[in-house]
Ligand binder design. Structure first.
Ligand code: GTP
Ligand code: MG
Length: 466
């Protein structure tokens, strides 16, 4: 791996843009303390350089040229190695205004810090061995989490649940390859012999563990992206009302006029801990209105690419429930998909009869977007459909993004090939190639075997100041 400039001391505003009680300018790198001392004045005149690590100091940030005060601040001094980045770190807590923060950042940069790239603090942490790549990704997932499930999965991954699993499997592979290599290189010595039987046994063991991990990837990825859920149905059945109910705010316009929604509205939302990417659409009907027609086409298109379709019917409109022609068409469209039929406005009627046109096995719930009735059943149903087993995310390592999934898939393919080769008693060096490929692919998940330019690309997707 090409070496990151370990002498680089970087700085950025770590808090979100905009005004707030406190803003944080973070400095990290070998010169962090020296640079902070150049711009920071304690009333006692003492320097941070002589202070103990992990201490907090009150004082002023000043313009070193004129000694003019810029802000009153608290400074957190944290020396390596017990810091997020693994390098010396100073965090300046200033007043949370964009002008103040920017001015302090500029002053720190004039004193010798480099403005940090996106994700560069996390990259320092990775390169200093504070976390592996899956943990660094978890930091970003945690920041981006829009559901309880996603938060929980991220914090587990950050704590090293996946990193540990990858490490374990990698070390099993490494033991095996080391032994095979010794057998190939020093056949004359009395080294423990690697029989095909043993190879088959050990490769199978790793395969089994990794296959189990691979099975978590669809739920794991969905946990962060949200189940892409499209709300479909005739005009006025309450699609937008359901969207607003789940979001907990009046996001979509609701009226009793059929054809109110014309656009596709998307929001990430947490339904009782279940992450959804929820999409409200225009009511499906034949229409001569040009704008509405576009909306209806968009609705169909959105449903095509959905993980889940919520097909809404109106409990207060008997024709809606009885129209078997429409039901047949809709069920035909849904048969390749995951869907739930929701009979809305159950507050308007006590009837709970399954419409004749809906087959008995079709998942169906009675709800009210107005009162919130049935929302728990809905979240439970979606959980069961998409996250079965994933509820133990707390105790189980999981694959959580496409990059990891792809690397794991390649590792599995290589191991399957190694297993085949061992079963066919092919020469050891052929098996070695597969095992090495598997090791390299696995190492991409932790970042160990990734090239530095690929690593750079990954960290550039991170946010500024992290
Ligand atoms: N009583 C009752 N009324 C509801 C319920 N859900 C929606 N409504 C009412 O039904 C009407 C239509 O609701 P919308 O949410 O705009 O329906 P929509 O399906 O988005 O309609 P379009 O955007 O036109 O396709 C509004 O007057 C809502 O207040 C419900 O659960 N109970
Ligand atoms: Mg609507």
């Amino acid at each position: 791996m090409e070496l990151y400039d370990q002498d680089r001391t970087i700085a950025a505003i770590a808090t979100a843009p905009g005004t707030g009680g406190i803003g944080i300018v973070r400095i990290s790198g070998p010169k962090a303390v020296e640079i902070a001392d150049a711009v920071f004045r304690k009333p006692s005149g003492k320097k941070l350089a002589s202070a103990k690590t992990h201490t907090i100091h009150y004082g002023h940030v000043v313009d070193p040229a004129s000694d003019a005060m810029i802000d009153q601040v608290l400074v957190m001094l944290m020396r390596a190695p017990h810091t997020y980045t693994g390098a010396d770190t100073v965090e300046i807590q200033c007043h949370g205004g964009p002008f103040v923060e920017q001015k302090i950042l500029e002053t720190v940069v004039s004193a010798g810090a480099a403005p940090a790239d996106r994700g560069e603090f996390s990259k320092q942490a990775f390169l200093n061995g504070k976390m592996d790549l899956s943990q660094a990704e978890a930091v970003m997932d945690l920041i981006a989490a829009t559901s309880e499930m996603s938060r929980r999965a991220s914090i587990e991954q950050l704590a090293g649940r996946l990193a540990q699993e990858i490490e374990n499997q990698c070390s099993l592979l490494l033991d095996l390859t080391t032994l095979i290599e010794a057998n190939i290189d020093y056949p004359e010595y009395d080294i423990e012999e690697v029989t095909y039987e043993r190879l088959i046994r050990e490769v199978s063991k790793v395969l089994e563990g990794l296959r189990e991990l691979y099975r978590t990837s669809d739920s794991g990825i969905r946990m962060h992206q949200g189940v892409k859920t499209v709300i479909l149905g005739r005009p006025n059945v309450g699609k937008s009302s359901l969207m607003n109910r789940i979001l907990g705010k009046e996001r979509a316009i609701v009226t009793d006029i059929a054809g109110t929604t014309r656009d596709v509205i998307e929001e990430n939302v947490d339904l009782d801990g279940v992450p959804l990417r929820l999409i409200d659409t225009a009511g499906l009907r034949q229409t001569s209105d040009a704008v509405e027609k576009i909306g209806v086409d968009l609705a169909r298109k959105a449903a095509e690419g959905a993980d889940l379709v919520l097909w809404i019917l109106d409990a207060s409109v008997p024709e809606d429930l009885d129209s078997s022609a429409e039901a047949a068409e809709m069920l035909d469209f849904l048969k390749e998909k995951q869907y739930i039929i929701l009979i809305n406005k159950n507050d308007l009627t006590d009837a709970r009869v399954r419409p004749a046109a809906i087959p008995a096995e079709a998942p169906l719930l009675w709800i009210s977007a107005r009162t919130g009735d049935g929302m728990q059943e809905l979240s439970a149903k979606i959980r069961e459909m998409f996250f079965r087993g994933a509820i133990q995310a707390d105790s189980q390592p999981m694959i959580t993004n496409v990059r990891q999934k792809d690397a794991l898939r390649r590792a599995l393919e290589a191991l399957e090939s190694a297993l085949e080769a061992a079963k066919s008693n092919l020469p050891e060096d052929v098996i070695m190639i597969d095992l090495t490929n598997a090791y390299d692919a696995l190492g991409e998940i932790s970042g160990k075997t990734l090239k530095s330019d690929v690593i750079d690309e990954i960290f550039k997707r991170f946010c500024l100041g992290k």
